[in-house]
Design a protein around this ligand. Structure first.
Ligand code: IPD
Ligand code: CA
Ligand code: CA
Ligand code: CA
Length: 269
């Protein structure tokens, strides 16, 4: 991939894909006959999750037949350097309980880099997107875009932190480090799921972190945070995309937060 390559056509396509699933997913969100099943990992999945991924896959097989697709509900199909990474509904637990914080996440990776990300949250009436080298934006559509910029908060004492749940920190054996960090910041809220990271890109939150996150949970969020001027790495400080865990910040606070979450590894700075 050349550094000058642009991904405008792919960004446009990702918006078209989001447009086409938003209506059908919203209809299911409001319906009273949602079919909720439990996956082997005991998390919920609905007919709407599967229908959204199928709709996106159908359109991609027509528009980008040579590209690979990775999705939460139907796994990986195809090969190649260009991979569309789909979370048909991020925030299914919210979706099944009628909480409007859920979104369809659509990303394109070219080689090891995520070059396009679109997060569409129709129940919030919001969309966030980015393409490599072209900035990060929010708005209802490509035509009505506001450019995103992370905050310039430079001390933990003034910082706002958002997370998803505490259980993963316990499993990772670093609950005390995480709670210590929450004691040092100005404010902690569990906005959860995609929302924490979109708020970092907006400059409304300064730190979003999670110990347990799959590739499709984070792929679309990486360019949205980085094109807004933030940093998005693993908890070990590696650049994404990857599956595993995530730390997104306004960049200024990144190394301090990494050090706080890895107190026994002073090589991570
Ligand atoms: C979940 C969300 C959540 C994370 C969970 C994921 P889903 O995704 O991304 O923030 O903590 O690990 O499973 O199942 O609602 O797409
Ligand atoms: Ca799920
Ligand atoms: Ca998810
Ligand atoms: Ca999902």
């Amino acid at each position: 991939t050349s550094a000058t390559e642009t991904y405008n056509d792919d960004l446009r396509l990702a918006h078209v894909l989001a447009d086409s699933v938003d209506a059908q997913t919203m209809e299911r969100f409001k319906a009273l006959d949602l079919k909720v099943e439990t996956k082997p990992d005991l998390t919920p999945v609905t007919d709407a999750d599967r229908a959204a991924e199928e709709a996106i896959r159908g359109q991609l097989s027509r528009s980008r037949p040579r590209d690979a697709v990775i999705g939460e509900e139907f796994g990986t199909t195809g090969h190649g350097a260009r991979r569309w990474i789909i979370d048909p509904i991020d925030g299914t637990k919210n979706f099944v309980r009628g909480v409007p914080v859920w979104a369809t996440l659509i990303a394109l990776a070219d080689g090891d880099e995520v070059v396009v990300g679109v997060v569409s949250a129709p129940a919030l009436g919001r969309r966030w997107w980015a393409a490599r080298g072209a900035g990060a934006y929010t708005g209802r559509s490509l035509a009505s875009a506001t450019r995103l910029k992370v905050s310039n908060v430079s001390s933990l004492a003034d910082a706002s932190l958002s997370y998803s749940s505490l259980s993963g920190w316990k499993d990772r054996g670093s609950l005390d480090d995480f709670l210590g960090l929450t004691d040092s910041v100005w404010r902690t809220r569990a906005y959860g799921d995609f929302w924490s990271y979109c708020l970092v890109a907006e400059g409304a939150v300064d730190i979003a972190t999670e110990p347990d996150l799959a590739l499709y949970d984070m792929a679309a969020l990486v360019p949205i945070v980085t094109e807004a001027g933030g940093r998005f790495t693993s908890l070990e400080g590696e650049d994404g995309p990857w599956g595993g865990n995530a730390l997104a910040t306004n960049a200024i606070l990144h190394s301090e937060v990494l050090a706080r979450l890895n107190p026994h590894h002073d090589d991570l700075l």
